[in-house]
Design a protein around this ligand. Sequence first.
Ligand code: BDR
Ligand code: CA
Length: 311
Amino acid sequence: MARKIIIDTDPGQDDAVAILLALASPELVVLGLTAVAGNVPLALTEKNARMICELAGRRDIPVFAGCDAPLARRLVTAEHVHGKTGLDGPVLPEPTMPLQDGHAVDFIIDTLRAEPSGTVTLCALGPLTNIATALQRAPDIAERVQQIVLMGGAYFEVGNITPTAEFNIYVDPEAADIVFKSGMDIVAVPLDVTHKALVTAQRTAAFRALGTPVGIAVAEMTDFFERFDKEKYGGEGAPLHDPCVTAYLIAPDLFTGRRINVEIETMSDLTLGMTVADWWGVTDRPENALFIGDLDADGFFKLLTERLGRL
Ligand code: BDR
Ligand code: CA
């Protein structure tokens, strides 16, 4: 049976590809997109979310705007990676589908309460502000969530926004702390695995060779952020972070990880937003997440390219 998901997102080119992969896949039913401030401010992330739905020909997907700032901090954005719009690269038409009335946090709460318990999965592709706010307002939803699969954190690869923190967790560490302490079934997809999902020139060429508006737009997106990441990391290409989340839901066998304890650093200036991951089991702190460590990168790109070709 297809899995019902809500995608909480801050598009972002890699968020866009993650959304397109979900919309192309019969294993997933997208109940809605909830935008959050992150890579760029909220006014852009909600607009970008609508642009992506329109690119996929899915004007029927409800898109909600959520929190415009982290729970307790000033917003940090990542235009240096994603460009001024967050979706630099392709030239896409301004969206005409409407933003839904109502707040993303209410949509998350109402949907989890309306659907049978244990049947809705959250896919979190940005800072966890919307989801933590929903948990704060409606603690009963924690046990109604089937699973939350989130892109966030790092252990072996340490940080991409500070030496020890990954961007999504760093932007709103208090929200991440609430999520990791919530008791929900958590799958964390950290940089350790997304840094293995590298878009090489050959993989981008395969997107472009689809010859469709989606294939060409995705190639233009990956071309854009590849420039920044290649310069930063060297190596073959740029990591395609967020699509690992939707790919995990479609083909979990492409991924491996460990059930471990993960805590979020919220106090130290030096290591703020670090995911302290007990990978080696050196504490007796209880397991609270499946922390993904590896993926079959060729299998991942094969799946992604094949699915994008369906749109
Ligand atoms: C995460 O940060 C954002 O820039 C990307 O969209 C991804 O969700 C990677 O650290
Ligand atoms: Ca993102």
